[in-house]
Write a protein that binds this ligand. Structure first.
Ligand code: MTE
Ligand code: MOS
Length: 821
């Protein structure tokens, strides 16, 4: 066991603790950024002037009429920016643009005494536009060769040789939609100027240090002139990793220019129309299998819809490429990625960060090909699992294949999959208009930032004279329970009760140069830094205690607030040791630091070992589909998920449930639509509210949802043997999609391959089952396959490939049509 992963006696980590702010959350006492507005004097409110065009030059900007509106104090424009007029780090996101690039793009901002005054002022601003041609869909972007950023390839072996060697080859396309974060709290910033001109910014941000840097470069000041604090977020889900920076900068600029506090909080419509979402992706693929259904080769091109600027599109794409094989060994692989530039919001991080989009490709391939190979989908998946010692396509060695196998076996056993598969078959044989599907899918997700430098963290721990403890660390709290875990880590490493420890809000003047709280790495990185700080303090206190107890320093033990020594029954209360230490002039605070060892990544060749370890999970889902409407219900979900030795089991189970439901929303309900017409609404987000954008709610929750944490999963490489949990469970929802596919297939003859759109809304499910029912296996929605599969034909007998030339299906859905430039 490593020093990092080993737990002392009676650790506070591992106990089932409620979220540290649960009581505040449910009583409404928890403060979020915008709750500070009424507590602040003389606040001005900011309102944007938003572009009605998807793409246009700004030819004129007249603000006089706005300034004449009662209560309007100032209009912020490009001329006001003393530093760099850019909201990002790639120099492609002008904060006050001269060219608007999407419907909703803010041209300038109006400050008013009230929000209503600012809104009226914004309506009075006159903007002249010269419309330019726009690119709205991925297909249009490809046709126009509208791309941005790098076009990386992950490659291993000889993919053409692999495909030639394969007994069966298939090809196809998949287009998957993006996803709106729909955090409860929209983007919010509150900027104030201190007496000496320093800026203090309250911001709902996952990345306070980067918010600080961008505010500094917009204002033309140094980072030390700007302090960013994040109390907590009402959800981030990746949507507040880069997107808050520009809004924070507008608020800060307003505060500097007016000398008054400025509040910028997007209302829901503004947040939906201005901020980035999960990237939609298109994938074109060819896959080869041997005679037993083992993957031989995969060739794919992934095109993501990046929106108008790069933001995090490149790292999101890199993670997609590094997850395209999910849990499966593929000898010969070549996967190329590119980011389309479209006139939409700038798409950004979203739970899984491209991983879900990459993994969906292989799960879709397996789901479509299984019936054509004549192999049960669960059998096909299991047969292709990685084994220890094999390398991922980018060169990282697999060492925990057994974790996934155990999780798979446990789900199979405890969810009684064998018995229930028979029951589903029986149900389907005896019901005319209903079909059930039961699918099981694996998740393997890499933990660490691909960019090695981000894998570091800091903490600042204070012990006060009375023995109470205050912890600062670099991570932010967005509901995921990071602070709860950090309290448990601090209590464990100091050997004090949980009640002794408090957490302070995240601030850039306490812990500098932090990484975003992202990539699920918050607890790994900050937990190790907190532990380091606590151990420094404990090491000093051990000297003091050793003298009091008359034992050698290595024999001093701290647990539950009591300090004891090996070989003596004497004990000293923690508070007394602290008190003595202060009078002995022993330092009672420490800065902790951690960097992840052993990760490396060369983005120029897309090779390395970028992940400290993989998190694993398996989910089995049973659904029932109505043949008249395509409406479906999720009947039962069973999950076994690998969180290592859990730091906080209640928090982890909450993350698994929440991630699963959010993933199911992405794959089945949430249908982002943009106006793709040539009319004057072109480029407008059509799903601008919860009335048209369907989020998962109680009514979609499965009546049975069982979550178990994988046992014997101690992780050597992480704090107290734990593993990251934030993102990986989202991808457990693939099982819902695959169950729907199987239920649709059951409306057709045996061997029917179903091509399911994503999201698989009831409407999409209806058309998919309709095609299956018509026996149209190689038609509109059928999986394209080389060699002839006649409509209604049974499963293809295993055997050598007939060697027929690859052919495109006769027709594909418009959704899947994407003309190569
Ligand atoms: N859980 C809640 N309740 N709210 C959130 O915004 N964000 C997710 C996940 N779980 C999120 C959440 C995302 S995208 C990430 S990367 C992780 O939490 C970040 O926190 P961690 O690194 O502490 O796990
Ligand atoms: Mo999470 S998408 O890494 O913020």
């Amino acid at each position: 066991m490593s020093a990092l992963s080993e737990r002392p006696a009676s650790p506070v980590v591992g106990r089932a603790q409620p979220h540290e702010s649960a009581a505040l959350h449910v009583t409404g006492h928890a403060l979020y950024t915008d709750d500070l507005t009424p507590r602040t004097k003389d606040v001005l409110h900011a309102w944007p002037v938003q572009s009605p065009h998807a793409h246009a030059l700004v030819t004129a900007l007249r603000t006089d009429a706005a300034l004449a509106v009662p209560g309007v104090v100032r209009v912020l424009t490009a001329e006001d920016v003393p530093g760099i007029n850019d909201a990002g780090v790639k120099d492609d996101e002008p904060l006050f643009p001269r060219e608007v690039c999407f419907v909703g793009h803010a041209v300038c901002w109006v400050l008013g005494e009230t929000q209503e005054a600012a809104r009226r002022g914004a309506a009075a601003v006159e903007v002249g536009y010269e419309p330019l041609p726009s690119v709205v869909t991925l297909a249009e972007a490809v046709a126009a060769e509208s791309f941005q950023g790098a076009q990386p390839t992950v490659e291993r072996g000889d993919v053409e040789a692999g495909l030639a060697r394969a007994a069966y080859t298939f090809h196809g396309e998949l287009e998957m939609a993006g996803q709106e974060h729909f955090y409860l709290e929209t983007n919010a910033s509150l900027a104030t100027v201190e007496d000496d001109g320093r800026i203090f910014l309250q911001c709902s941000t996952q990345h306070p240090s980067e918010t600080q840097e961008i505010v500094a470069h917009v204002l033309g000041v140094m980072s030390s002139d700007v302090t960013v604090q994040c109390l907590r977020m009402g959800g981030g889900f990746g949507g507040k990793e880069m997107q808050p920076h520009g809004y924070a900068a507008v608020a800060a600029l307003g505060a500097v220019l007016t000398g008054r506090p400025v509040r910028l909080r997007l209302n829901r419509t503004q947040d939906l129309t201005m901020t980035g979402k999960r990237h939609g992706f298109h994938a074109r693929w060819r896959a080869g299998f041997d005679g037993e259904g083992r993957l031989e080769a995969l060739e794919a091109t992934l095109t993501s819809d990046g929106g108008w600027s790069l933001d995090l599109s490149e790292p999101v794409l890199a993670r997609a490429l590094c997850h395209v094989e999910n849990a499966y060994w593929i000898p010969d692989v070549r996967v190329t990625g590119r980011v389309a530039r479209t006139n939409k919001t700038s798409q950004t991080a979203f739970r899984g960060f491209g991983g879900p989009q990459g993994m969906l490709v292989i799960e879709d391939i397996l789901g479509r090909c299984a019936p054509l190979l004549g192999i049960e989908p669960h059998e096909l998946r299991r047969r292709n699992f990685y084994q220890d010692g094999q390398l991922t396509p980018y060169g990282q060695v697999i060492t925990q294949a057994g974790h996934l196998e155990r999780a798979w076996d446990q789900v199979t056993r405890e969810a009684e999959l064998e018995r229930r598969r028979a029951a589903v078959a029986e149900f389907n044989a005896t019901h005319e208009h209903l079909r059930r599907g039961l699918a099981v899918t694996p998740v393997k997700f890499g933990i660490s930032f691909n960019l090695t430098a981000f894998n570091q963290a800091g903490a600042l721990v204070h012990v006060y004279k009375d023995g109470s403890v205050l912890v600062n660390h670099g991570g932010t709290e967005m509901g995921q329970g990071l602070h709860t875990k950090m309290l448990q880590v601090a209590a464990t490493s100091l050997g004090v009760p949980l009640e002794r420890v408090r957490l302070a809000p995240t601030r850039t003047d306490k812990v500098p140069n932090t990484s975003a709280t992202a990539a699920s790495s918050g607890a790994d990185l900050n937990g190790a830094a907190v532990k380091d700080a606590c151990e420094q303090i404990q090491g000093r206190l051990a000297q003091v205690a050793a003298q009091r107890l008359g034992v050698p320093v290595p024999d001093v033990r701290f647990a539950d607030g009591v300090v004891s020594g090996l070989g003596t029954t004497a004990t000293v209360p923690w508070e007394d040791v602290v008190h003595s230490a202060y009078f002995a002039r022993v330092q009672l605070f420490a800065a902790g630091y951690y960097r992840t060892e052993g990760v490396h990544w060369d983005s120029s060749v897309m090779r390395g070992s970028p992940f400290k370890y993989f998190a694993h999970g398996v989910a089995a889902t049973e659904v029932e589909v109505d043949g008249f409407t395509g409406a479906y219900r999720t009947l039962r979900v069973d999950i076994v998920h690998d969180v290592g030795d859990s730091l906080s089991p209640l928090v982890d189970v909450g993350q698994i449930e929440g991630g699963f439901v959010q993933g199911a929303g992405w794959l089945t309900l949430e249908d982002l639509r943009w106006d793709e017409s040539e009319g004057d609404q072109r480029g407008r987000l059509l799903t601008q509210s919860a009335s048209t954008y369907k989020l998962p709610s109680f009514s979609e929750m499965p009546p049975v949802l069982t979550v178990r944490l994988l046992e014997r999963a101690h992780e050597e490489g992480a704090v107290y043997g734990s593993k990251a949990v934030g993102e990986p469970p989202l991808m457990l929802a693939f099982s819902v999609r695959e169950a729907l596919r199987q239920a649709c297939a059951a409306f057709g003859p045996e061997g029917t391959s179903v091509d399911l759109p994503s999201p698989a809304t009831p409407e999409a499910v209806f058309w998919a089952l309709q095609e299956a029912r018509e026996g149209d296996v190689a038609g509109r929605g059928g999986a394209p396959v080389d060699g002839d599969v006649e409509p209604g034909a049974g499963p293809r007998p295993p055997g050598p490939d007939p060697g027929a030339p690859e052919r495109r299906p006769e027709s594909e859905t418009a959704l899947h049509e994407l003309s190569e430039a």
